[in-house]
Design a protein around this ligand. Structure first.
Ligand code: ATP
Ligand code: MG
Length: 279
């Protein structure tokens, strides 16, 4: 695929021989109103599988996801620095560069939020509107893409005879799958999911988890979760985030990465629960 308008190879990482990492974050800092949230974060995210980010509330998980498609800068008081190099084609591009095309970036880095944010319109328009806005596809092609996306999230059979109904009348789990379909219809390169099952019952949550296990064959997925059980079921890799606030403007950020072999689980749980005396 065509690179985004601004392309810059990652220093020292090479362009073609280091693509097992989809995203390389270097010295990332994010603050709101001078209060640091992420401090000198360095992290590589793989180009396949499900990476689950866990950590205590307020440790910056959502802020990290939002950094990956530059949503943080829309909040008042934001300041930030650092590089986030992503490999959308055969070169890395620093998405924080001022020339980055943000619409293209957000199309490629698809994000699903904790609460389903369906548009207050019909099911079909929820998918068709973004396609109309950001692609030059004709009506027939958009229709095809919409059906395919709804099939991918196993929603098609449930809504095929009510496509013109309000999306807000769908159940929570159906709305969450519609949001995922909206993102998938735009053919992203990576999926970001912020606690995608937080507001769902156990059975619906499991359905979404099964769906993520299918989707990981096609997309690298970065998901935030507060459930260790869920993490255990779906994660190929775990990023544990832990911040210690030193004072109002200063934090120490500790990020640890675990592969999901069983011997890591006890240590991962320890970190997550901030307990040093277990096991
Ligand atoms: N737009 C914002 N304006 C001001 N402060 C913010 C903003 N977004 C996040 N923060 C602050 O950054 C810190 C991290 O927030 P974030 O939402 O990233 O945490 P989290 O790890 O996702 O927490 P949770 O598990 O509760 O969702 C918090 O102290 C929060 O108050
Ligand atoms: Mg959060």
């Amino acid at each position: 695929m065509e690179p985004l308008p601004y392309t810059k190879p990652l220093n020292g990482a090479g362009t073609n021989n280091d693509l097992s990492s989809f995203c390389k974050i270097t010295d990332l800092n994010v603050a709101f109103h001078g209060r640091k949230v992420l401090h000198n974060l360095n992290l590589s995210l793989p180009d396949s599988g499900i990476t689950v980010i866990v950590g205590p509330s307020g440790s910056g998980k959502t802020t990290l996801l939002r950094a990956l498609n530059r949503l943080n800068e829309h909040f008042p008081g934001y300041s930030g620095s650092g590089q986030i190099n992503m490999s959308f084609s055969d070169t890395y591009q620093d998405i924080n560069h001022s020339h980055m095309d943000l619409a293209a970036l957000r199309r490629l880095v698809g994000m699903v939020f904790q609460s389903p944010n369906v548009l207050p319109t019909s099911i079909v328009r929820n998918i068709d509107l973004p396609l109309k806005l950001v692609t030059s596809m004709d009506k027939g092609a958009r229709q095809e893409r919409m059906v395919r996306a709804l099939q991918e999230v196993h929603l098609w059979d449930e809504v095929r005879d009510r496509l013109k109904d309000s999306a807000q009348h769908l159940s929570g789990g159906q709305q969450q799958r519609l949001c995922l379909a909206r993102v998938l219809a735009l053919r992203p390169k990576i999926l970001l999911l912020d606690e995608p099952t937080a507001s769902l019952d156990f059975k619906t949550a499991q359905r979404i988890e099964d769906l993520l296990l299918e989707l990981k064959q096609q997309y690298p997925i970065i998901a935030v979760s507060h459930s260790l059980q869920q993490t255990r079921r779906i994660a190929d890799r775990i990023v544990v985030m832990k911040t210690v606030r030193l004072n109002a403007n200063s934090i120490s950020l500790n990020v640890t990465i675990w592969n999901t072999c069983s011997c890591c689980w006890c240590r991962c749980s320890d970190l997550y629960f901030q307990s040093d005396d277990k096991h």
